[in-house]
Write a protein that binds this ligand. Structure first.
Ligand SMILES: [Zn+2]
Length: 263
């Protein structure tokens, strides 16, 4: 038996295969990397998904927002003559009220009417227009320029002032010269005004169709025909013997009608 034991010990022992060492990259990650640090409170995760306070509405949806733009200032209704209404207001030459658009039949109507109550003269006096005229803005502005400029220069030479302007009509939905079947009058568009006279501060009344003064009558006619595209007075068609018709009708090539026989 003693001989067997050393023999067994002496037998060469076959080398057992040893697995190669694992590369470092396959080493299990430290447990610390997979678990939250013990000192990290759970609320830290939920806070990441909460919208920042800056994106939260500060008021109910239906409440007015503090940064809402202010509404635009109220403006008068503007039609095709809108620029003329602004020019009329900017001129400071007219005492006028904005009116609602006028709708009439047969083509009548005014999109941008004003009630022209008077003309502001150079010294800021107001020469009232009686009765007030319903006209479109462009006509009102041209009439105010006409009176405060040329008419004042013609009639106020001797120191007397224009006290009152006497009119015979303005907006009126009708045919020309009140004739049945006639073409629509410019009066039906708020584009005309009829003038009778001017009362002066010295008591005189200058009746335009019958001034009794040729030089004065010619001056009035020249001024009227410079400002308006249509001027009809005595001697024109038999319908304007007692007043002077003034309008701004647009014609081809800017043609004008100036028919007023001074008496
Ligand atoms: Zn007329």
């Amino acid at each position: 038996m003693r001989a067997l034991i050393p023999a067994l010990i002496a037998l060469p022992v076959a080398a057992q295969p040893v697995p190669p060492p694992r590369p470092a990259e396959f080493a299990p990650l430290p447990a610390l990397a997979l678990t939250p640090p013990p000192d990290e409170p759970p609320r830290a995760m939920s806070r990441q998904f909460t919208p920042p306070p800056a994106y939260m509405p500060s008021a109910p949806q239906d409440a007015p927002l503090a940064y809402a733009p202010a509404p635009p200032p109220a403006a008068p209704p503007l039609g095709p003559g809108g620029d003329a209404c602004l020019a009329l207001a900017a001129s400071g030459l007219a005492l006028a009220e904005t009116l609602a658009p006028v709708a009439g039949e047969g083509g009548c109507g005014v999109l941008d009417p004003v009630l022209l109550k008077g003309v502001v003269m150079a010294d800021k006096r107001i020469a009232p227009l009686e009765p007030p005229a319903t006209v479109r803005c462009e006509l009102a502005l041209e009439f105010a320029r006409f009176v405060s400029g040329d008419i004042a220069a013609t009639l106020e030479k001797d120191g007397a002032k224009i006290k009152r302007l006497i009119s015979a009509g303005s907006y009126d939905c009708r045919g020309r010269n009140r004739q049945a079947g006639a073409k629509l009058s410019e009066h039906g568009k708020g584009d005309a005004i009829d003038m009778i006279a001017v009362q002066m501060s010295d008591g005189r009344t200058v009746v335009w169709p019958k001034t009794g003064d040729v030089a004065l009558g010619n001056a009035l006619r020249t001024a009227a025909c410079a400002h308006f595209s249509t001027v009809l007075g005595p001697g024109s068609d038999g319908f304007h013997e007692e007043h002077i018709h003034l309008d701004l009708e647009q014609r081809g090539h800017g043609a004008k009608i100036c028919q007023w026989s001074v008496q």
